[in-house]
Design a protein around this ligand. Structure first.
Ligand SMILES: *[C@@H]1O[C@H](CO)[C@@H](O)[C@H](O)[C@H]1NC(C)=O
Ligand SMILES: *[C@@H]1O[C@H](CO)[C@@H](O)[C@H](O)[C@H]1NC(C)=O
Ligand SMILES: *[C@@H]1O[C@H](CO)[C@@H](O)[C@H](O)[C@H]1NC(C)=O
Ligand SMILES: *[C@@H]1O[C@H](CO)[C@@H](O)[C@H](O)[C@H]1NC(C)=O
Ligand SMILES: *[C@@H]1O[C@H](CO)[C@@H](O)[C@H](O)[C@H]1NC(C)=O
Length: 950
């Protein structure tokens, strides 16, 4: 299916290629050579630059090379932008970059590039954006960079750059943004920087800067953000900083600063002050702070005196942190009484560990306000108990837009990479969003909900899209920075198109990559972390930086191709759904007949209908423990007390007696500790029942959801153990069963847990019992083809091609792994777990989706487990690991577990990683739960449990 679409693309591609070649433009030879040299100095493990040897850079669309749309005076095309964001490149930056002499944007953000910044870059007279952040660059900043006459933005943050800030940077007359945080820059901040006429953001936090804070910085006429946290300065905060008329944010946390807090009353729009974790002393001046203030953090200093009355009634205040000081007096209730709160507004007042004696005014604190007074004399007063309790642990978790509008949409009709657009005015509009990793580097607030809507308005208006097209997820990160994951959906156009057209993709992308979305006072500067074109956008290559010079016909061709593709896709999907529905009515309904319980099958017992009836109290509803596609499942108790699970086929799942018995014979030969054992069957009175061992701890899903029944959540070690056990059970089905069995319906409700929490896979083999085609080749005459499986677990490849392979089980198991890791359901609110975790993974946010209920965990192991799970869920079957590889990797992860985690945190001390051998087939350890399950030794050792039914 997808191949069909891509070949369409290809046809169109080739057509347009011909059109372009007819145009005889080409890139300047110096730049062609330079690009080749630049490529050689990179290491490119993903081969992202594989087309950098084919044809002409500008004409043949080399990845990340964006050119001017027409030839310049010299009749050549020239490179205008190098956009190599997030391509996993390492190696170094070649000095030959300087030979792309018309270049305006150099973007290599979020790679692993090492070495130092070549001083030759300073020859790029047109360079506006120098974006090197998020690499492993070392060395010092070349003094020459200060001579870039047109530089608007220098982002070198999150590297290992050392040495001083060159004095020459004071010449960067046009530079607005200095983002140099998170490096190892040292020395004094040059007072000369105060000459920079355009500077708006000075971010130098997390370096080794020292010396005095230059008082001259107050002369920067445009400065909005001064962020210098986590450096080592001498002396205090220059009083002149109170004169920075445009300042919005002053952040000097943990800078070893001494002396008093300057009066900041004269800064009209100040929104955010963080002076915490210094050695500031004296009392807090009685400043009249701006009404725009959201955050005042003066905690962890040596402040004395009282809380100034001017901190009261600030209409936008979200956080006032004064903890760990020596403040005395009382907390005035005016702080919260003099303002009104709407439902999204919260105010946190953290006054812990001071010398405060109580609250003056009413003690009636509204629910939007959190006041903490622990560690103050006030707490000796019983009436303060509400504010003196142990602080509830703040758990950072992934937040997202409350958008349940897609709940009622059928997940299976919108498989990834498509998904339902949550805000779309057209219900269940299934479309392919653009996925963007984004971060606010220095927001002017502490609590996002109150700014959520304004942010959406800001971003959608900046992008010139409709408000409902945006869906976002966010999380606070160290800094504090606000990490987001944006999804931008196309608008329903009524013509079957559910993807963006190319020009729209490029338009949106370049607004982000060229920083054309205007800065906003509340939100501050943003970082672009990822904008990988995926799914239907994967083959699009941005070429020229403005509306391109290529023939309109070619563009139209591509758009037509895309539309045709999308129409074909949706036609295919709808046809497919039609077929699914039709098949429902083709289910085999067989006449019931009474048969003799015949045929002895070794190892399993043939039960009479009477026995079944007895054990289940005449199939009483109270004995029901589950319901599957095959029929109901009952808990059965035999007269001798043996407890079993009885699966009773429902009308429609019944099959010919011969097939039934053949199946049982097959199942009876399967024995593995991680498969639920078949104990017997009943084939009488037109009934078909299977008798299994009873799993007293229910399904894995029940435990992950933390219900009334299972309040205790599993530790990571337990989860890993369950994953390993499940994988082993399935591996056995794939490799030891003869013929091999593909489970086809692996899901968290088919993984059962016994009394010792050992995981066993259930419901295998039923694929053969159910009236479905055997997709391995043998198609039973009386059944039609049905894709069996459960939405959310279904291998997309199988869904599209009907070709079932062992990798389809790998996919479904991958989804179970993701559930183990995140606690999420495979599909919630129309969101697919695979997609959500992938997104988090790609934007480096995996820990935000990890199930907080599992408590602490070894992050390295969790990371590896997530990586494995996502690999299992790759769309391309060939990219998924085999089940053997899955088992092996899980065992590796188990071996990496710290002893304490794998032993003590786990209430049941079994199956230690150290004992689970990955290959040896002759494991003879005494622990009955340990052996190599790859070996198939279980076939021999598998014991058929004895039960004595009557
Ligand atoms: C380059 O991209 C343009 C626009 O996307 C397209 O029309 C053209 O065919 C591409 N050229 C090649 C050689 O792929
Ligand atoms: C910056 O501006 C100053 C004064 O306007 C000027 O003397 C200096 O040459 C300029 N520097 C650069 C690099 O353009
Ligand atoms: C304070 O800054 C120093 C470096 O200047 C750093 O090592 C330390 O971890 C920081 N402390 C906190 C609490 O961030
Ligand atoms: C700051 O406050 C003024 C008036 O108090 C208001 O008009 C303005 O919108 C506020 N700015 C921000 C960024 O909140
Ligand atoms: C080329 O780009 C410029 C802006 O750089 C734009 O004004 C012009 O319209 C574009 N030309 C074509 C043919 O697209």
């Amino acid at each position: 299916m997808s191949e069909l679409r891509f070949s369409w693309f290809r046809v169109v591609w080739v057509m347009s290629l011909l059109l372009v070649v007819a145009d005889s433009q080409s890139t300047h030879p110096t730049e062609v050579t330079a690009l080749q040299v630049i490529r050689q100095s990179f290491e490119d493990p993903d081969n992202s630059l594989r087309n950098w040897n084919r044809g002409d850079p500008c004409v043949s669309n080399w990845t990340g090379v964006l050119c001017f749309n027409t030839t310049l005076d010299d009749n050549y095309l020239h490179v205008r932008e190098l956009q190599l964001l997030n391509l996993n490149l390492s190696g170094t930056l070649s000095p030959d970059l300087a030979r792309l002499s018309y270049m305006e944007i150099l973007d290599v953000m979020w790679n692993k590039i090492g070495g130092s910044i070549p001083k030759e870059i300073s020859e790029l007279a047109n360079l506006r954006l120098l974006l090197l952040n998020g690499n492993q660059l070392t060395g010092s900043l070349p003094e020459e960079l200060g001579h870039l006459p047109n530089l608007d933005r220098i982002q070198i943050d999150q590297n290992f750059i050392s040495g001083p800030i060159p004095l020459s940077f004071a010449n960067l007359n046009k530079t607005k943004h200095f983002h140099m945080n998170n490096n190892s820059l040292s020395g004094q901040i040059p007072p000369e920087l105060s000459r920079l006429p355009e500077l708006v953001h000075l971010l130098l936090d997390n370096n080794n800067l020292s010396g005095y804070l230059p008082p001259e910085l107050s002369e920067l006429p445009e400065l909005l953000i001064l962020q210098l946290d986590n450096n080592h300065f001498d002396g205090g905060i220059p009083p002149s900083y109170g004169n920075m008329v445009r300042l919005l944010k002053l952040s000097l946390r943990n800078c070893t600063l001494q002396g008093p807090i300057p009066n900041l009353s004269r800064i009209p729009k100040l929104a955010y002050i963080d002076l915490s974790n210094n050695n500031l002393n004296g009392s807090i001046p009685a400043m009249n702070l701006s009404n725009n203030i959201t955050t005042i953090d003066l905690s962890r200093n040596r402040l004395t005196g009282t809380i100034p009355p001017s901190f009261s009634g600030l209409p936008n205040l979200q956080r006032l942190s004064l903890f760990n000081n020596s403040l005395s007096g009382t907390v005035s209730s005016n702080i919260w009484e003099n303002r009104t709160f709407n439902s999204t507004e919260e105010l946190t007042l953290d006054m812990k560990n001071n010398r405060l004696s109580g609250i003056s005014g009413t003690i009636n604190v509204p629910p939007n306000v959190t006041l903490s007074l622990q560690g103050n004399p006030a707490c000796s007063n019983g009436s303060m108990a509400d504010f003196c309790g142990s602080p509830s642990a703040l758990v950072s978790h992934l937040q997202s837009t409350p958008s349940n509008s897609t709940d009622d949409c059928k997940p299976q009709s919108c498989p990834p990479p498509f998904e339902y657009a949550p805000g779309s005015p057209v219900p269940c509009f299934c479309a392919a969003p653009l996925l963007i990793g984004y971060r606010l580097k220095s927001p002017g607030f502490s609590d996002f909900p109150a700014y959520f809507y304004p942010f959406e308005v800001y971003l959608t208006s900046g992008l010139k899209i409709r408000h409902f097209q945006l869906d976002l997820t966010y999380e606070w990160e160290k800094g504090p920075r606000l990490r987001m994951y944006l999804k931008i959906f196309p608008v329903f156009a009524g013509n079957g198109t559910n993807i963006f057209n190319d020009s729209e993709v490029f338009r949106i992308r370049s607004l982000f990559t060229q920083w054309e979305i205007p800065d906003n006072e509340n939100f501050g500067p943003y970082e672009l972390i990822d904008f990988t074109l995926l799914g239907p956008y994967e083959d699009l290559i941005p070429t020229t930086t403005s509306s391109s010079g290529i023939s309109k016909g070619a563009v139209a061709g591509i758009v037509v191709g895309a539309i045709v593709g999308a129409v074909l896709l949706s036609a295919f999907v709808s046809l497919y759904i039609l077929r699914l529905n039709r098949n429902k009515y083709h289910a085999v309904s067989r006449k019931r007949h009474v048969s003799r319980a015949s045929l002895k099958i070794e190892g399993v017992k043939s039960f009479t209908y009477e026995e079944m009836k007895h054990a289940t109290n005449n199939f009483d509803a109270a004995s029901e423990v589950g319901q599957g596609g095959y029929g109901k499942v009952y808990k059965g108790v035999f007269a001798d007390g043996t407890i079993v699970a009885i699966k009773r086929a429902q009308e429609g799942s019944l099959q010919g007696e011969k097939e039934f018995l053949t199946e049982i014979e097959l199942l009876s030969r399967l024995h593995h500790r991680n498969l639920v054992s078949l104990l017997g069957f009943c084939d009488e009175e037109g009934e078909q029942m299977l008798v299994y061992e009873f799993m007293s701890n229910g399904t894995l899903r029940d435990h992950l959801s933390v219900t009334e029944k299972y309040k205790e959540s599993f530790s990571f070690a337990t989860r890993l153990r369950i994953a390993l056990a499940s994988a082993k059970g399935i591996l056995y089905l794939h490799t030891e069963a003869n013929p091999p069995i593909f489970h086809r319906d692996i899901k968290a409700t088919n993984i059962l847990l016994d009394s010792r929490l050992i995981a066993k896979v259930a419901d295998f083999g039923l694929s053969r019992l159910a009236p479905v085609a055997d997709l391995e080749g043998i198609v039973p005459g009386h059944v039609s083809t049905v894709v069996k499986g459960t939405p959310g677990y279904l291998d997309p490849e199988y869904f599209l091609t009907h070709k079932l392979t062992d990798k389809s089980d790998v996919y479904s198991l991958g989804v179970v792994f993701l559930e183990l890791l995140t606690g999420m359901h495979p599909i919630t609110h129309g969101k697919n777990i695979v997609r959500e975790v992938n997104i988090a993974y790609r934007s480096g946010m995996i820990f935000s989706v990890i199930d907080a209920k599992m408590g602490s965990y070894p992050s390295e192991c969790v990371e590896k487990f997530v990586t494995l799970a996502l690999k299992c869920c790759k769309e391309d079957t060939d990219e998924r690991p085999s089940m053997v590889e899955v088992v092996r990797e899980l065992e590796n992860i188990w071996h990496m577990m710290p002893e304490s985690d794998s032993r003590t945190n786990d209430s049941i001390d079994i199956e230690h990683g150290k004992n689970v051998s990955s290959q040896s087939s002759s494991s003879t350890t005494k622990n009955p739960y340990v052996s190599s399950d790859i070996s198939g030794s279980d076939l021999v050792s598998g014991v058929v449990p004895t039960i004595a039914p009557r």
